[in-house]
Design a protein around this ligand. Structure first.
Ligand SMILES: Nc1ncnc2c1ncn2[C@@H]1O[C@H](COP(=O)(O)OP(=O)(O)OP(=O)(O)O)[C@@H](O)[C@H]1O
Length: 242
């Protein structure tokens, strides 16, 4: 009998007793107080919770941008908590895409060139033009960020994140700077990426209505998971209002 486990059958993420404390002594802040979590591969997961409840901290640890204080965090069969800095860098480069509230595009580069910045160092990237086509910007390859709306700039940022074909896409407040119509267009792109590419997508948001389009909703409070809800029926991004 083989004890070998096929990594593709494992969840994207598991955490056990994950804690994070920033600072020391009287100034210490306990951002995570024991998080046990499973994120199945291929799901679109929304994390909700009050400001300061630890959502971004969890996202940063799962994304390899920060380290836990104690407990375990695994990406498939790789233990992030045991990786060297060099391994974490490789993990971020090969497996992870990030989308933040502010798009962090280079203003002096076109949409296509902004995506190229990432594909030049990626392992098996898609063509920048193909990534931009997937987010509905196939006609805007040669436009500069200043010539695009906030929602379009965020879609360039998503194209940049998905062009390296990551297993996981982490989105921290991706619609935070957008009005509801534009935000909905961005959510549709994230939903399409999940559905067509099979990318596991984790979204941290204050826009609670976003939860309706998730496979799974994780409610955070005070550094812990308060509740996990799986949606038997998911709304389409077009049905979401906030
Ligand atoms: N680098 C840091 N140094 C010190 N404290 C930090 C740091 N990052 C986060 N914290 C603190 O950890 C706690 C959790 O922060 P975190 O950003 O994870 O919460 P959040 O739920 O994402 O909040 P928000 O919704 O406002 O983004 C907060 O009390 C925050 O002030």
């Amino acid at each position: 009998m083989s004890l070998h486990v096929d990594p593709s059958s494992l969840p994207a993420f598991r955490t056990e007793g994950l804690t994070k404390t920033y600072g020391e002594g009287a100034a210490a802040v306990q951002a995570l107080r024991g998080v046990d979590l499973v994120v199945p591969r291929g799901e679109l997961v929304v994390l909700l919770g009050p400001s300061g409840s630890g959502k971004s901290t969890l996202l940063n640890i799962l994304g390899g941008l920060d380290r836990a204080t104690s407990g375990r965090a695994l990406f498939t069969d790789h233990e992030l908590s045991a990786m060297t800095d060099r391994d974490l860098t490789r993990y971020r480069r090969d497996h992870v895409g990030f989308v933040f509230q502010f798009y962090n595009l280079m203003p002096s580069l076109t949409a296509e060139e902004n995506v190229e910045l990432v594909t030049e160092i990626a392992h098996a990237p898609m063509e920048p033009a193909e990534a931009l086509r997937l987010v509905g910007l196939g006609e805007r390859l040669h436009h500069f960020p200043a010539q695009m709306s906030g929602g379009e700039q965020q879609r360039v940022a998503i194209a940049r994140a998905i062009a390296k074909q990551p297993d996981v896409l982490f989105c921290d407040e991706p619609t935070g700077a957008l009005d509801s119509t534009t935000g909905r267009a961005v959510l549709k792109v994230l939903n399409d990426v999940n559905a067509t590419l099979g990318t596991t997508v984790l979204i941290v948001t204050h826009a609670a209505a976003t939860a309706a389009m998730a496979h799974r909703v994780i409610h955070f409070a005070d550094g812990r998971i308060r509740e996990v809800v799986t949606n038997a029926v998911r709304s389409t991004p077009e049905e979401i209002a906030w």
